[in-house]
Design a protein around this ligand. Structure first.
Ligand code: HEM
Length: 520
């Protein structure tokens, strides 16, 4: 009898629990359905109301829930293919719904690119750059408005010729270690050169921006090096995540980011504190010379310590923003460009031969000479090779801006706050802008005078162009020249080619594979 009562009560509990679950499930389903309904209605209203705007700009039909994002739900190395199809179908500017209610315009029209890039009205960055705030704060790359203007004015003199000249030694020293590392791969039929280049450019940026070597080439597993790499990966993941940003704190990357940030900021803060102390101690003497009276090399950090805005020195946080920005913006961009330049030289033997002949004219002893600033400036053909590399493989393939003011363009009104995606990669590979656009022809830059400068924007253009482009060009010349003089570059065997993908920078998902033979 007791057992029966027990079973009955258990059964009763079971039915109650089942009813409760069914009730909760139906509430959740109703909420989700209502939200979807609201989304669909808002989407329809938005699309209808939007008809006043962007009248002459077409795009694929958006889905009320995902917008056009399902088009981009492909492996990252297929994104360029998808984008090209959209441009072929809808013209040189395309509307893309990057969510149910938000849209952006993908732009390859050179005149429209010029209109946006050349104007002080359109200097605000798009919302993707906000993912970088935790690491870079609002330094030169991510800031906008008055803060950006003041910082730009303050930092511009740090890239003066006389300051860059001091960095040539750093390029050369790190380049020597780089060549030693490459020697470990000589005669292999194929190897991915990119990871070694990336450590090389990290070493250059650490020493030039903080004045402290990190020796990444020989210590790739140091906490700082791993954290820089992890942060770059996390930023890429966030840019392509279909998850709404509000869910980010519930992802593993959020915790990885916290950890990486601690390491990165601790390192930069420690270097800044040390240099600040030295600066205070030396401020009565000339801190620009060492104990023997020899002129010391100034890192960007030292220049920032001496800078003022509105008569006030920068705080530690201000300086950290800029130093971290140089670390981020200066290392991966340059490694991408060096990687694709070496790949292009390996796969274009006649171009490589011409570049080598130029090196032979400049250096009597190809192997043991260190390049000077004058040597680097004499590398005219190598400069064409680098320019052509950045045309076909722009390190920053996409530039994002948020339009802060409504404007009209060829009978289409661009609404305030719309995001525009300036597609440098598409523009620089279009047959509207270049003959034989997919061929690697450095000589094309010999007679580019008088053609539209906005069809070539690897360093962006206008007021927010790359402040580090001269630095980057010198670093690239120094590094590529060393590789050319020490090794013959050959295509990888077998040659897997490149699987290009627009991450934060342009990458090849299957690596940058080449083969090296020693020249001596
Ligand atoms: C091949 C190498 C490089 C390429 C292709 C490149 C490209 C670019 C591009 C396209 C922008 C504009 C980004 C945007 O509007 O979102 C930019 C901005 C910037 N770059 Fe570079 N960059 C390179 C190297 C460097 C180096 C070596 C440094 C530092 C030493 C640097 C520092 C910066 C900074 C601080 C900005 C922000 C400028 C501003 O908004 O005022 N870049 N770069």
């Amino acid at each position: 009898m007791e057992l029966k009562v027990y079973y009955q009560s258990q059964m009763h509990l079971y039915i109650e629990a089942t009813n409760m679950i069914a009730f909760v499930a139906s509430v959740i389903i109703s909420i989700v359905l209502s939200l979807l309904m609201v989304l669909v209605v808002l989407h329809i209203i938005k699309v209808r109301n939007g008809s006043k705007y962007l009248k002459n700009i077409k795009g694929p039909k958006p889905n009320p829930i995902f917008g056009n994002m399902l088009h981009f739900a492909v492996p990252s190395y297929k994104i360029f293919e998808v984008t090209q199809k959209l441009l072929d179908e809808f013209g040189s500017n395309v509307i893309i719904y990057n969510g149910p209610l938000t849209r952006a315009v993908l732009i390859t029209d050179v005149k429209l690119i010029e209109h946006i890039l050349s104007s002080m009205k359109f200097i605000e960055k798009s919302e993707q750059y906000e993912h970088m705030y935790k690491w870079l704060g609002t330094g030169l790359l991510t800031s906008g408005g008055l803060k950006w203007k003041k910082r730009r004015r303050m930092i511009t003199p740090s890239f003066h010729f006389s300051i860059l000249e001091n960095f040539v030694d750093v390029f050369e020293n790190v380049g020597d270690v780089f060549v030693k590392k490459l020697e470990e791969h000589v005669d292999k039929p194929s190897f991915d050169i990119y990871p070694i280049i990336s450590l090389c450019t990290l070493d250059v940026m650490c020493e030039t921006s903080m004045g402290t070597p990190i020796n990444a080439l020989n210590n790739a597993s140091s906490d700082y090096v791993r954290s820089v790499k992890n942060m770059c990966k996390i930023l890429t993941d966030r840019n392509f995540s279909p998850l709404d940003r509000r869910f980010y704190p519930f992802t593993l990357n959020f915790y990885r980011e916290q950890f990486a940030l601690k390491v990165l900021h601790r390192h930069t803060d420690a270097v800044i504190d040390r240099r600040m102390k030295e600066f205070r101690v030396n401020s009565d003497q000339s801190s620009e010379t060492n104990d023997c009276g020899i002129k010391k090399r100034m890192a960007f950090l030292d220049l920032l310590l001496r800078s003022t805005i509105d008569g006030k020195s920068l705080t530690r946080e201000d300086i950290r923003e800029e130093v971290d920005t140089f670390m981020f913006e200066g290392h991966d961009t340059t490694s991408s460009a060096i990687g694709f330049a070496l790949y292009s030289l390996a796969n274009n033997p006649l171009v490589q031969q011409k570049a080598l002949e130029e090196q032979m004219e400049i250096f009597k002893d190809l192997k043991n000479t260190r390049a000077t600033m004058a040597d680097l400036q004499n590398m005219k053909y190598l400069e064409l090779v680098i320019k052509e590399t950045l045309r076909l493989y722009p390190s920053v393939p996409i530039l994002g801006r948020r339009v802060k003011e409504e404007f009209e363009w060829e009978n289409s009104i661009f609404p305030k706050d719309i995001q525009v995606i300036l597609f440098a990669y598409g523009c620089q590979r279009s047959d509207k802008n270049y003959e034989k656009p997919l061929e690697f022809i450095p000589e094309r830059f010999l007679d580019m005078d008088g053609t539209d400068p906005f069809k070539y924007i690897p360093f962006s253009a206008g007021p927010r162009n790359c402040i580090g482009q001269k630095f980057a060009l010198l670093e690239m010349k120094s590094t590529i020249s060393k590789v050319l003089r020490n090794f013959k570059l050959l295509p990888a065997n077998p040659n897997p080619g490149l699987r290009l993908a627009p991450e934060i920078i342009l990458v090849s998902k299957n690596g940058i594979n080449v083969c090296l033979k020693k020249r001596f």
